[in-house]
Design a protein around this ligand. Structure first.
Ligand code: SF4
Length: 370
């Protein structure tokens, strides 16, 4: 391998990157739209303000490329929160260490109860989520959870604290398929402001997590930034840069991108930089035009109307009826959520909406052969 991502990332300057995006012209956008294979300079043009008048064209191209590669399908998944214990302070999260909330970590029996609820609904792809509390929900707890449910789901993904390479190898051995690890923001100083305490305050340990995952041989890595903390265009450019680096170095691994925008929670942080619905559509389409094979995921953070539209413009997987509190489906429905979801429709309602739009709902697309 030539360089680590950190070596590449450190060559960039935030303000210069912003300026290089803001100064893209309509000619740059037309040039990018006309190409078969687009690079990161084209991506900058497609997310720039100059591309706004071309949104309809972007959306049509994104829709066409998504149908060409994925057909008329959409993948369903469900998040399952296992614990809200956390030793980090994150300014935007309801589970932050200093928030005085009742803490809960699911037992084996409670995990299985939640699993029964989700299996009943038809889910076969599951996303396990925990806070970062090493003593209670460290790698042993996660490993136990994966092993406990591996026979019930064909695809297990985690969104937990960043781990070391050997720990990922051990979890893959237990049946882990994918890991989501969002950088939150690639702006190092802003990152430090939003993560003042705990292991997560180490910007570079988080930045290098996808490298450790690639080395561990994970099947899929999910990237993203939390929009609202900093300029969404620059954070998206660095996400794309990260993606391209990883694809080059860990080419056997698949990749997905998520697009979380700040949602209300008990800490009440307001977005510093607003990202409008149209901006998010532009971004999703730009990622599709950058990479036809990329999985693009849409959570229940977004509104009904937004999700109804985006499923036909580029998104390839979607969650429904999500609970963002441990035990939220069946064990402790009233406990505090990590953030408020926006689309509260049931799984059945989402499936019906997707079918009405002519989409085939996919519950399972992977089998873990041992
Ligand atoms: S975002 Fe994650 S690490 Fe930060 S406080 Fe919330 S659960 Fe903990």
């Amino acid at each position: 391998m030539d360089n680590s991502f950190r070596d590449i990332f450190d060559q960039y300057n935030w303000d210069e990157t912003l300026s290089s995006i803001l100064t893209k012209t309509q000619e740059d956008v037309l040039y990018a739209l006309g190409k078969q294979k687009r690079d990161l300079e084209d991506f900058k043009a497609l997310i720039s303000p100059a591309a706004k008048p071309f949104l309809e064209q972007l959306a049509q191209m994104s829709r066409m490329l998504t149908k060409k590669r994925f057909g008329n399908t959409i993948q369903m998944y469900a998040p399952m929160y296992l614990s809200n214990e956390c030793q980090n302070i994150c300014t935007y999260c309801g589970f932050s260490f200093t928030n005085k909330i009742p803490r809960r970590t699911l037992t084996d029996a409670e995990i299985l109860q939640e699993v029964s609820f989700l299996k009943e609904k038809g889910y076969d792809h599951i996303l396990l989520v925990t806070g970062e509390a090493n003593r209670t929900v460290g790698v042993d707890y996660i490993k136990n959870a994966v092993e406990l449910i591996r026979s019930k789901f064909s695809n297990i993904t985690i969104e937990v604290q960043p781990l070391d390479q050997e720990e990922y190898e051990s979890l893959i051995e237990s049946g882990l398929y994918a890991v989501l690890v969002y950088q939150e923001t690639y702006h190092e100083q802003e990152y430090k402001k939003h993560h003042p305490k705990g292991k997560k305050s180490n910007f570079y340990y988080r930045l290098e997590t996808p490298d450790r995952l690639g080395k561990a041989g994970i099947h899929k890595i999910g990237l993203g930034a939390l929009f609202g903390l900093e300029d969404w265009r620059v954070d998206s450019f660095f996400t794309a840069l990260h993606l391209k680096y990883l694809q080059k170095n860990y080419w056997k691994t698949k990749y997905s991108i998520s697009f979380p925008r700040l949602r209300p929670h008990s800490g009440g942080l307001e977005p510093k930089v607003e990202m409008k619905d149209k901006d998010l559509v532009q971004l999703i389409c730009a990622f599709r035009l950058l990479d036809e094979d990329l999985e693009l995921s849409m959570s229940t953070r977004e509104s009904e109307i937004f999700r109804n539209n985006i499923v036909n413009l580029g998104a390839t997987s979607i969650s429904a009826e999500s609970k963002t509190n441990p035990g939220g489906y069946s064990v402790a429905p009233q406990s505090l959520e990590q953030f408020e979801i926006s689309d509260e429709r049931s799984t059945e309602e989402i499936v019906s909406m997707l079918k009405q739009q002519g989409l085939e709902v996919v519950w399972k697309d992977w089998e873990h052969f041992k």
